[in-house]
Structures are given as structure tokens and as C-alpha cells.
Design a protein around this ligand. Structure first.
Ligand SMILES: [Zn+2]
Length: 660
């Protein structure tokens, strides 16, 4: 008596990727509805089942579909947008500004569909995503017929789909409610990373993941800098910090885990955290090499991910599997690390466990979902074939095979590709749209690259509007005398501050750009200790608007922006042609003189050591106002026992340059 199934795949080299790594050299798989009904020898299954569709696999490898455990699929539309840059410059300088401008529901939909096509062609049947407008990712993925964990990104700052993190949390909950029982889509929540989250975000995201029993996807210890910052701010590395916030109590998918120590690995193992290893991305962004060998020894579920196309630049899982095996060997000095069979397990069964879908997919076992691929190893680059070692087929797949050897792909019992023909996604209609968008983004970036000002706006904007200053600066031989006169005068002193300032001036090929000053201000308290530090960027225009007869200068326009990133970041992002460094001790008084607020600065230049300067300045907004203030500034300077000297009404950079 024979039972009926939908599809019977016979004459295949079946790799089950089950616990015992069962293989059938002439094997078969019976598919009934969305499930694997039986796996065994071809002859046996042929006798036991009749099927609507019988496929002779002609000796191809039949194995579980691959699991891409970490990606950002809509970023397919940004392939090749910015490369060969450091992570922060790449992300904050290029990717995020473009995302703010272009990422919307339509963008996400198009990028996801194209990514699904690319994933299918490379043998991927399931993936874990993290992006904005994740509902659109879910829609496009379900339409393509792939299985995915779709995770809505939550950031502590505004993102393309949420003005606040509260909004992002709300859309996460909507996503979860909408997709909770979908056969292909597992909705989930994704606080982007510890350093882009607040305690409140981590708490609420964890609570939501637990309430709905869905995964929580997060970037963990991707760079050494992230760990350094965590040690400084939280007094502990990233994993214990997440543990302390109870994040690890949920079903966590931790992307990267490049810079984690032995203890952190034990913690991840204890909480059953799935790790996403992204070899290409980590190499390309020079993030480092994850301790994969050790994580596997400790029993962690480590899957393999492509990461987004912007940092890869493709979704080729075969390339990723090979790299995972090679990198583990190269970085550990042990060629037996991550053998081929383990690498294939990481990309299938272990990967499925890492994204918490291990009960549904990742191995060819009766009762699991029918997610499978056929791989043709009878090609030139796969020949000849040895079978003296049971594991040689895995080695063939890892070290010789290419994603183009995948011929057929099935998810949930449905064919998505037959003989390399895509059945669910029409890329021909979509590719021209992607190219139109690329052209627009090119124009946007070209325009932005035209000026330092527009580049400044792109990385966080100028906080203050354009402003002008009336200023006069003279060298003083006896600063104490100036201070005595100031204190004994009738001047109304509004406040006194003491700073230590470290200024780096960027100059550019085109002098019209002006100077960009990166300033580190150390506030010194009355006991001489550093009270706090402020970082600011000031774009100083090139023009002197007016030189008054008193030798008071109406100076250049300036835009001020907070500088949350490192000097190194700005140096790489703005790429100045020249730099000048100035270190000075500044005593500053804000005073009221003839009903006008002035700043009086007594600046001792320490680097280069050029002596002490007295500076009198006031903000101004109109020329008449400036003219009046120029006269009063001159009077104030005289009150302090000095007269303007034409040659000294300069900026520090000019002083430094004229002296050197
Ligand atoms: Zn990522």
C-alpha cells in the first residue's frame, strides 16, 4: 500500500543536517503540504509513496535551505553606495544621511523584493532581518515565499520610520500582532544595539519580546570601540550590561559578538542566545574576528549572516560559509577549526536554532517545514568527487561549490526556484526602479559633497543659525594687569569661566570653504579640576565682512554644531587638506558695558607658545549694530589698558601661521 504525498524527490545525495548528520547517498524526500513527510533511501520511499510530482534529482545534493541569520534586506538598494570607510564614517556619514532622505515604505518594499530574489538564487530559505518599515519587509518576503524573522528596529534617536523610540516600539507591537501566526513570517523586535538604546528601550523591547514570545535581534560588541565605550559608560562590557537589563531573558539573536571575552561567551550560552557571525562584514569594516572556534566549543549556536548588502556587498551565503570556515582557521592558527561539516551546520541547523526557528527549519527531518535546496555538484569546478571520507561532500560544498550551483529551492512546500528560474519575484520590473533611485542618491550625495557646510548639516546639522561677531584681539604682556583693571572697573560682570581649549582647525583646498574648528572645551572649576568636557564644531566663514577704522573686525559667519563623534571621525569624513592645532588656557568674563553684552577672553596660548592675548567680542546681527558695537568694543579695550594694533586683529590660526 502506498501513501500519497505532494512531491517526491528521488535519486539525490541527501544531507539531513540532523543531530547525527545522516546522509543518504541515493536518497529521497517526501513532501506533504508544507512539511517534510519522510526522508530515506530512494528505493524505499519510491515503494512507500505516490506523488503528484516526482522529481529525479540526478545525483544532486538535496539539503536544508540555508539560513542567513543577520541581514538588513532593504539595503540592497544601497549596494556600493560607500565603501572602504571606517564603520562610523560609513554609517553616520553616508548610510544614515541617505536613509533619512530616501528610506520609506516603497524603498523598503522594492529593496526587500530584490533581496529575496538574490537570497533565493544563493540557496537561502530563511533569514533574520532588522530594518525600518519592517511591516513592508514582511509583506514583500511573504510575497516572495521566503521564511523570515522580521525585526522592527528601535533607536534612541529619530529614524526613517519613527520620530521617537516610543513610536518605534508602537510599530513593533503592531508588527507582532499582525504577523504573529503567519506561516512564513516571525515578527520580532530589534533594539539596534546597546549603545543606540536607552535603559527604557531595552526594558520595553525585552518586555514585548517576552509578552508575545518572539525573538529580540540586537547588534552586540561589533567593534572594539563599542566595548571601550561600554566600559567607560557602564563600567562593564556589553554582554553583562545587557544581562543586567534582563535583555538576555528573551530569545535573543546577537549579531556580531566580535569583541567578547570568555565570561561573556559563557553568559550567552547560559541564556541560549543565538549568535550571528558575519565574516565579510567584519572583515570589510575591519571590525575584527569573532571568536567562533571558542563559541562553538562552549556549545553556543552560531549561525552565519551576510549582514546588509551595504557592508558585504552581496547576499551570497556560499561565499559567507567558506569565509566562516577559513577565517576561523586563519584567526585561531588551527586548520581543524570549523571543519566543513560544522560550517554547513552553522548555515543550516545551527543557524535555524540561532534565530530561534530550530523547531521549524534547518534540517531535513520528518515533521519539519519543507525548506530545501538542490545543489548540482557535477560541474567542472566541483569535479572530481571523492567519497572515501563521509564528510567530503561537506568539504565540496564549502570549499568548491558556488551559490550558482543551487538549482532548485523550496520553502514551506512551495517551489520558489526551478532550474535557476525564479518563480515568485520578477526582478526585470524592479531593477530599472533600483537604478533610477541610485541615480537620485548619486545626485544627492554629489550635491552634499560640494561644500563643507552641507556635509556638516548631513551629520547632525548646525545647531545655531549663522551669526557674526565684532571682535578685537591684542597681545598683552601683563595679563594680570588686564584682570586687575577688569575687576576694579565699573563693569558689570555677568559671569566668569575658566577653560582649557584644544582646537583643531581643518582647512580645505578651496579657501572659500572657510575653516572648520573641532574644539574640545574642558571646563575648569575653582579648584583647578576638570568639571566637564564639551565638544563642538564651528564652521567659520572665509570672509571678513568689514574692517572698522578702530581696527575692530566684523568677522566671518559661523555655524556651530555639537560634535558627538571623535576627531578622527571628522578628519576622515571631511578630509581636510591641512590642519592646525592650538591649545590654550582661556579665562572668560561675560560683562555688560554700555548696555551691551561683551565677552572678554584672556587667552594664554600654550601650543604653540605665543604668549597671552586679550580678546573683546560681541555677537551682532546687523551692520548698524556692528558699527555701534565696534566703537564700544574699542572703548572697552582701552578701559582695560590696551589699544588695538592693526596687525593683531586676527584669528588664532592666522597668528599661529604668521609666526611660524
Ligand atoms: Zn547589522
Amino acid at each position: 500500500m502506498t501513501a500519497k504525498v505532494n512531491t517526491l524527490l528521488i535519486n539525490a545525495h541527501v544531507l539531513c543536517m540532523d543531530e547525527g548528520f545522516t546522509q543518504y547517498e541515493n536518497g529521497a524526500v517526501a513532501v506533504l503540504d508544507d512539511q517534510i513527510h519522510a526522508v530515506g533511501d530512494s528505493e524505499e520511499l519510491n515503494k512507500s509513496y505516490t506523488a503528484r510530482e516526482v522529481i529525479d534529482c540526478e545525483g544532486k545534493v538535496l539539503m536544508p535551505g540555508l539560513v542567513d541569520v543577520h541581514t538588513h534586506v532593504p539595503m540592497n538598494l544601497m549596494r556600493g553606495l560607500a565603501d572602504d570607510l571606517r564603520l562610523d564614517v560609513w554609517l553616520l556619514g553616508y548610510i544614515m544621511p541617505v536613509e533619512r532622505e530616501y528610506v520609506n515604505a516603497e524603498f523598503v518594499r522594492l529593496g526587500t523584493s530584490l533581496a529575496c530574489a538574490e537570497l533565493i538564487l544563493s540557496g537561502v530559505t530563511s533569514f533574520a532581518d532588522m530594518y525600518y518599515f519592517e511591516d513592508q519587509v514582511a509583506e514583500a518576503t511573504a510575497e516572495a515565499g521566503l521564511r523570515a524573522v522580521c525585526c522592527q528596529t528601535i533607536l534612541k534617536f529619530p529614524s526613517p520610520d519613527a520620530a521617537s523610540y516610543e513610536e518605534a516600539l508602537a510599530s513593533s507591537e503592531r508588527l507582532i500582532k499582525k504577523w504573529k501566526n503567519h506561516p512564513l513570517i516571525t515578527p520580532a523586535v530589534a533594539p539596534h544595539a546597546a549603545y543606540t538604546s536607552t535603559v527604557d528601550i531595552l526594558g520595553q523591547a525585552t518586555a514585548m519580546a517576552q509578552k508575545y514570545d518572539v525573538p529580540l535581534h540586537i547588534h552586540v560588541s561589533e567593534t572594539a570601540q563599542e566595548v571601550k565605550d561600554s566600559l567607560r559608560e557602564q563600567d562593564m562590557p556589553v554582554v553583562p550590561y545587557l544581562e543586567g537589563q534582563n535583555v538576555l531573558e528573551s530569545k535573543v539573536i546577537a549579531a556580531h559578538c566580535v569583541h567578547i571575552d570568555e565570561r561573556e561567551m559563557h553568559t550567552l550560552e547560559k541564556f541560549g542566545v543565538g549568535v550571528a557571525h558575519n565574516p565579510t562584514s567584519n572583515l570589510k569594516l575591519s571590525s575584527g574576528m569573532a571568536p567562533v572556534k571558542r563559541m562553538l566549543e562552549l556549545g553556543l549556536n552560531v549561525g552565519i549572516g551576510t549582514d546588509g548588502v551595504s557592508s558585504n556587498n552581496d547576499l551570497d551565503m556560499f561565499e559567507e560559509i567558506r569565509l566562516a570556515a577559513l577565517l576561523a582557521k586563519g584567526s585561531s592558527g588551527d586548520p581543524t577549526a570549523v571543519p566543513a561539516r560544522t560550517a554547513i551546520a552553522m548555515a543550516t541547523s545551527m543557524g535555524a536554532k540561532a534565530i530561534h526557528l530550530g523547531d521549524q527549519t534547518g534540517s531535513l527531518v520528518a515533521g519539519k517545514k519543507a525548506d530545501l535546496i538542490l545543489v548540482n555538484l557535477q560541474t567542472l569546478h566541483n569535479s572530481p568527487q571523492f567519497r572515501n571520507d563521509q564528510d567530503s561532500v561537506y568539504a565540496q560544498l564549502v570549499y568548491a561549490a558556488k551559490s550558482t550551483d543551487v538549482t532548485d529551492l523550496m520553502v514551506n512546500g512551495e517551489w520558489l526556484m526551478r532550474s535557476r528560474e525564479l518563480l515568485t519575484v520578477d526582478v526585470n520590473k524592479m531593477l530599472p526602479k533600483a537604478q533610477v533611485l541610485a541615480k537620485e542618491i548619486d545626485q544627492f550625495l554629489n550635491k552634499r559633497e560640494q561644500s563643507v557646510f552641507s556635509k556638516l548639516i548631513a551629520v547632525g546639522g548646525a545647531e545655531e543659525q549663522e551669526s557674526y561677531e565684532v571682535q578685537v584681539k591684542v597681545k598683552v604682556d601683563d595679563p594680570q594687569e588686564v584682570i586687575n583693571r577688569l575687576q576694579n572697573s565699573e563693569l558689570e560682570i555677568l559671569y566668569y569661566r575658566h577653560y582649557h581649549e584644544y582646537d583643531t582647525y581643518f582647512k580645505f583646498e578651496n579657501p572659500e570653504e572657510g575653516w572648520l574648528r573641532y574644539r574640545e572645551d574642558e571646563f575648569i572649576d575653582e579648584y583647578g579640576n576638570i568639571e566637564n568636557i564639551r565638544y563642538r564644531l564651528t564652521l567659520i566663514g572665509p570672509k571678513r565682512e568689514r574692517h572698522f577704522p578702530q581696527d575692530v573686525l566684523l568677522s566671518r559667519s559661523r555655524f556651530i554644531a555639537p560634535a558627538p563623534h571623535s576627531l578622527r571621525f571628522y578628519r576622515e569624513y571631511f578630509a581636510p587638506s591641512e590642519e592646525t592645532f592650538i591649545e590654550k588656557d582661556r579665562q572668560r568674563w561675560k560683562v555688560c558695558f554700555h548696555d551691551i553684552e561683551f565677552f572678554i577672553n584672556v587667552d594664554r596660548l600654550d601650543e604653540p607658545a605665543l604668549g597671552t592675548f586679550l580678546e573683546v567680542k560681541s555677537r551682532t546681527w546687523s551692520l548698524e549694530d556692528a558699527e555701534k558695537k565696534a566703537q564700544i568694543a574699542d572703548d572697552l579695550l582701552r578701559l582695560l589698558g590696551n589699544t588695538p594694533q592693526k596687525s593683531e586683529t586676527l584669528d588664532y590660526v592666522q597668528i599661529v601661521e604668521s609666526k611660524s
